[in-house]
Design a protein around this ligand. Structure first.
Ligand code: ADP
Ligand code: MG
Length: 707
């Protein structure tokens, strides 16, 4: 393998030449292209079309379909200026198969003189459904004079991702020039390095050299299978997809190697302390909790930083596992930090952990963004002198003035809200040249394909078992006309001594509008259900008010809690057995699943009612059906990936990490395991190829430079 993998690159690698070698590229354009991430010929060659239009053949007018881009040819039958809502020039163009309307809103006298009955035209444009049947608005057109037919394109026309100041025409010209240069050079020297050994390519694709694949994708011949091309399944595309996935895996392997090159405190297992803790819990650990705790415990004993993702469905009992990890750090004389994404969740962790750990003589510190003055100073001091052994908090833990005496472990709850960058920031809080271990916990199960890509730098543990005695939540979807029935359900549940959540959602992201809606709903519910104690919690309340209400709800003093989606994560009230989600059609699957996870924590059968406003769109009804069909977070996550795609699933923050140019995780996910293997092989055996692949596919986006 070693022999075949070593890379011969000509010193004058043409593809790495700057774009200024191309005709028409001066300093100004160079700068614009650079802003767009295009600096070398190679960058341009890998700037692939988004789609293609077909100008290789003339379509019969009689067979036109709306929403297609076509070339047509015919004779103008009539042309009139029409004074409708807007003045327009309307031409009827006819060929032997049919007639279609061309409509121009902007036109001048010369055009009006040209477009008269009897003129033969060749047009290109998009067919739409208009008031007078099928129409082309502002088509490009040429007059077909004389007997010679107008020439047609021989290849499909690429449409590139473009940006301000860089037009399609310009990109087409530059890409053609770049291809031509590289192909010309191909004959005498190797100018576009094949970085993947043939044995790493899928069989169907290996008949395309890299250059041939790029040529096809920039300039597909007229007979190219357009269906496969549009679906991204052409072998030439797959040739590149595999290479891109490998490059992406390599970047993750590199990140991981860099992380592992740091030192971390080796934490001996805290046998006695842990046993004491486990013995003090009112329940035994589940087998899954024990297993993942052992995995984590073993990582922590190493002098390399742990980087581990802990997945476990809502209610699986991740907090206990986090506490055990923290105890290992504390037992070894270090500090641990636990960070949560919201104030409510952080407070809840603070309370749980304080009640668990204080009896063991451990001091729990607290840092939140809202904390001010003396209280804050005291907390900061306790963190800095090490007397706070476990520090719980929100993003406030990231701030510069937070200095730990001896931090050995950070636990991040609900990872999907933090990006890679953020999780790297906490690492800088280590001490004496060492980096803390990291445990990242998520209740949003991550589909395998995503875990293998966005999270490929992490090890993974899964709690695949719920604590015993939980009964699955029964879910039903009801149209909002049934609202008063639903209120009766709430009444019945509360009369039996149980509690309920009523969640209000809004399309607008504005927390203040959501709060208003929730206020109105709470008032209405209180009116309809006068005998119940109804309370309201939303993101605009002061943290103190919020936690007071949560505490009252937990203590059973409130029957019905009306809330915005702030209760999404972490709230733990086992006596609550009914969850109503209003406008459920507006929420994504993972959010619905998270919300539903607030109930079903006790032994009573719990219900979740998804109230929706009909009519439901396809995706919304698919989501509600999925929610009714399963409680399994992993099945839901897979469905979510299918319905939304990886970008949305990860949240905007993390899509940056996944800027795939041509690969598509849904379509190409099956190629990931192979890509992973190939990447490992290359990483250990051909480091110079690794660098070249990273430059080619990720450019100089060395996103994790300070990892
Ligand atoms: P999540 O994984 O969603 O963070 P939590 O850690 O909040 O779950 O645990 C949910 C509830 O289950 C808590 O009330 C917790 O005390 C309880 N719990 C955790 N582990 C067990 C167990 N092994 N047996 C019974 N209850 C448990
Ligand atoms: Mg939790």
């Amino acid at each position: 393998m070693k022999g075949t993998l070593s890379l011969r690159r000509s010193s004058a690698d043409l593809s790495l030449q700057p774009l200024s070698v191309l005709r028409g590229v001066g300093p100004q354009l160079t700068a614009k292209l650079a802003q767009f991430g295009l600096a070398t010929l190679q960058d341009l060659l890998f700037h692939l079309p988004l789609r293609y239009i077909d100008r290789t053949k003339v379509s019969p007018i009689g067979g036109l379909q709306p929403n297609s881009e076509v070339v047509i040819e015919g004779e103008v039958r009539a042309a009139d200026v029409v004074f409708g809502r807007r003045r327009s020039l309307v031409c009827r163009l006819q060929d032997s198969s049919g007639v279609v309307t061309l409509r121009f809103f902007h036109f001048n006298r010369a055009q009006q003189a040209q477009l008269v009955a009897g003129t033969r035209l060749r047009c290109f444009g998009e067919v739409r459904r208009g008031s007078a049947g099928l129409e082309l608005y502002h088509p490009e057109y040429r007059i077909a004079a004389g007997a010679e037919p107008l020439p047609l394109e021989e290849r499909l026309t690429p449409i590139y991702p473009a940006s301000e100041g860089i037009t399609q025409l310009r990109l087409r010209d530059l890409c053609s020039q770049a291809l031509e240069r590289v192909s010309r050079a191909e004959r005498d020297q190797h100018s576009l390095a094949e970085l993947l050994p043939a044995e790493l390519l899928p069989e169907t694709s290996s008949r395309y050299s890299l250059l041939a694949a790029l040529q096809l994708l920039h300039h597909p011949p007229a007979n190219t299978d357009q269906g496969r091309l549009a679906a991204g399944e052409h072998p030439a595309q797959q040739r590149l997809v595999v290479e891109e996935l490998i490059a992406h895996q390599l970047s993750m392997l590199k990140l991981r190697a860099r992380v592992q090159s740091y030192n971390a405190p080796a934490l001996k297992e805290a046998g006695e302390l842990c046993n004491q803790f486990i013995g003090s819990l009112p329940f035994p650990l589940t087998a899954a909790q024990r297993r993942v705790s052992e995995e984590i415990g073993a990582d922590l004993t190493a002098a390399k930083p742990m980087l581990r993702l802990l997945q476990g469905d809502v209610g699986a009992g991740k907090t206990v596992v986090a506490a055990l990890a923290a105890l290992q750090a504390i037992g070894a004389g270090y500090q641990a930090a636990l960070m949560a994404p919201t104030e409510i969740l952080a407070e809840q962790h603070r309370d749980t952990l304080t009640s668990w750990l204080t009896p063991l003589g451990i001091k729990v510190g607290w840092l939140s963004g809202k904390q001010k003055g003396k209280a804050r100073e005291m907390q900061l001091a306790a963190v800095a002198d090490g007397s706070a052994q476990l520090v719980v908090g929100t993003h406030a833990l990231f701030q510069d003035e937070v200095v730990f005496a001896k931090l050995a472990l950070t636990v991040i709850d609900e990872q999907h809200r933090f990006g890679v960058e953020q999780r790297l920031t906490l690492r800088r809080k280590g001490h004496a040249g060492s980096v803390p271990h990291q445990l990242i916990m998520t209740a949003t199960p991550i589909p395998r394909t995503l875990a293998m890509s966005a999270y490929a730098d992490l090890d993974c543990s899964v709690i695949d078992q719920l604590p015993p005695g939980r009964t699955p939540v029964e879910t039903l979807a009801l149209a909002e006309q049934r609202r008063s029935d639903v209120m009766q359900r709430v009444r019945a549940a509360c009369n039996e001594g149980r509690q309920a959540y009523w969640v209000c959602t809004l399309i607008e992201e504005s927390e203040s509008l959501a709060a208003q809606a929730a206020e109105a709903t709470a008032a209405e519910l209180q009116l309809q259900l006068p005998e119940l104690r109804v309370a309201l919690v939303h993101g605009r309340l002061k943290p103190r008010e919020k936690s007071e209400i949560m505490a009252q709800f937990k203590a059973g003093e409130i029957n019905l809690l009306v809330a915005t989606t702030v209760i999404e994560v972490g709230v733990d009230v086992p006596n609550a057995s009914l969850m109503i989600i209003e406008n459920a059609e507006r929420l994504g699957l993972s959010q619905l699943h998270q919300l539903r996870g607030r109930v079903g924590r006790g032994s009573a059968v719990s219900h979740c009612v998804l109230l929706y406003a009909p009519p439901l769109g396809r995706i919304a009804s698919e989501r509600l059906r999925t929610m009714r069909a399963t409680n399994d977070g992993f099945a839901i996550a897979e469905k979510d990936l299918q319905l939304r795609g990886p970008g949305e699933l990860l949240g905007t923050r993390q899509t940056g990490d996944l800027q795939l140019r041509i690969a598509d995780l849904q379509r190409d996910g099956h190629l990931l395991p192979g890509a992973r293997q190939s990447a490992e092989q290359l990483f250990s055996q051909a480091p110079e190829r690794v660098e070249a692949l990273l430059v080619r596919w990720l450019g100089d986006r060395d996103q994790y430079a300070d990892a």
